[in-house]
Design a protein. Sequence first.
Length: 289
Amino acid sequence: MPSQEVVTTKVVVHPLVLLSVVDHFNRMGKIGNQKRVVGVLLGCWRAKGVLDVSNSFAAREKVVGWYHTGPKLHQNDVAINELIRRYCPNSVLVIIDAKPKDLGLPTEAYQAVEEVHDDGSPTSKTFEHIPSEIGAEEAEEVGVEHLLRDIKDTTVGTLSQRITNQLLGLKGLHEQIREIRDYLLQVGSGKLPINHQIVYQLQDIFNLLPDMTQSSFVDSLYVKTNDQMLVVYLAALVRSIVALHNLINNKLTNRDAEKKETDKKETKKDEKKEEEKKDEKDKIKNKSQ
């Protein structure tokens, strides 16, 4: 337990935590058909208030919070958090969605804060959102890669898999852009207060966008587009040549097969004529005798 209060600025959730929570959720769901499971998080604090949730039992790690499978906050979460605070005064709650329906991270991190009311009533406990991300050590990355390699669908081709991943990435990007738009609309209408840190981050994102008015960028875009179209054209040309080659081979094969059938028929006709001639000779010979 830390000797003094630590302000948590970000929560890093390791893949082992996600696997453990999903395994816990699946096991309890099969036993008692439970829709929600609760557990304890283990980890350590790093520099600048970063909380590292690793869920392994190393000596340096402590109880740092708890989790449930949500997918949203519940009414009794504050009471459970108060129990965890007996062992960790600045514990965090991480909601891990075991059955995510939307693209994006399946984790949401919260910490308990005192909510002050304007009417002078006593303060109450509520949860404040903390930024979270998925992080892993080298050993965990190797394990996750092996796990994904084992469960990878071998029937899916490389090209189709790349296209599927790109589509999923574009869908996720679309969701993020829509969230940014909704946030800016709510800030503009006065429904949400201005958060300068979010505004600065959005400005950094906008600064990364290329300047469409520069002629050099337009020229390079045209060159890249032409190169891609050339590759597509060459691929279509090669495909057409291969199809034409296969068609010619089929024609030649069919012609050879027809020629063999014709030769067989002519051979049978010749044999039949010879047999008829032989029969006629035999008949004439018999009559002469």
